[in-house]
Design a protein around this ligand. Structure first.
Ligand code: SF4
Length: 217
């Protein structure tokens, strides 16, 4: 069955970098493949290749790294049907489970115990037209929406989206971060304060620690 195997780019341990879980030790299961091509993507190496593995083997390797936190990422993990039962199995194993997803893929079948960290793509990504707005109806208080911003235009788009779609009233955590080298965090902070926007400003921790060429987590 298609759900019994997954194409895996890598399974490794690091610190979580881009959510309210930032800084915590975390096991990452990075899956191969993405149907978007964000202009600023820092994991293009995950678009192709990888190794096909049995789902049970992926689970065993992820649990063997022994962190309380496990994240599925990519690429876009939800393109592979085996992700849905893998997420449930990780929750059953009493891990705190995160999934980083692009906002294009349907999140409705994700186990409710999982923390969804979902992008809404701003225009600077070149993929804004792919946002699946119906996903907003499947987010709960445990979930987070992430805006990655490449400049003032993206910031204004985020501000309008938060207001027009009532995102602050949904109880979802709103994260705002800068495309490295394109927007200065100090400018973003200034704009957020001027507008009293209810977002949590983030820096890409992996780039602060390992340098600007570090891949996303
Ligand atoms: S959705 Fe994520 S992995 Fe896919 S192109 Fe955009 S940033 Fe890269």
């Amino acid at each position: 069955m298609k759900e019994d195997t997954l194409v895996v780019h890598e399974i490794y341990r690091s610190v979580q970098g881009e959510s309210t879980f930032a800084g915590l030790p975390c096991t990452f299961v990075r899956l191969t493949g993405c149907n978007l091509r964000c202009s600023w993507c820092d994991t293009p190496q995950a678009f192709h290749g990888g190794k096909r593995m049995r789902r049970e083997e992926v689970l065993a390797q992820a649990l063997a790294l022994a962190t309380p936190l496990v994240e599925l990422t990519g690429g876009e993990p939800l393109l592979q049907p085996g992700v849905i039962p893998l997420l449930a199995a990780l929750c059953d194993a009493e891990r705190t489970v995160l999934i980083e997803t692009s906002g294009e893929a349907d999140v409705s079948r994700v186990d409710p115990r999982v923390h969804k960290i979902m992008d809404l793509k701003a225009p600077g990504s070149g993929e804004s037209h792919r946002n699946r707005w119906s996903n907003l109806d499947h987010l709960t208080r445990r979930d987070e929406i992430k805006f990655v911003l490449a400049g003032r235009g993206d910031y204004e788009w985020m501000r309008a989206t938060i207001r027009e779609r009532g995102l602050a009233d949904r109880g979802v955590t709103l994260l705002a971060s800068c495309v490295w080298g394109a927007l200065r965090a100090r400018d973003l902070v200034e704009w957020v304060l001027e507008d009293a926007l209810p977002v949590r400003v983030q820096v890409q921790m992996h780039k602060v620690i390992w340098g600007p060429d570090a891949q996303g987590v």
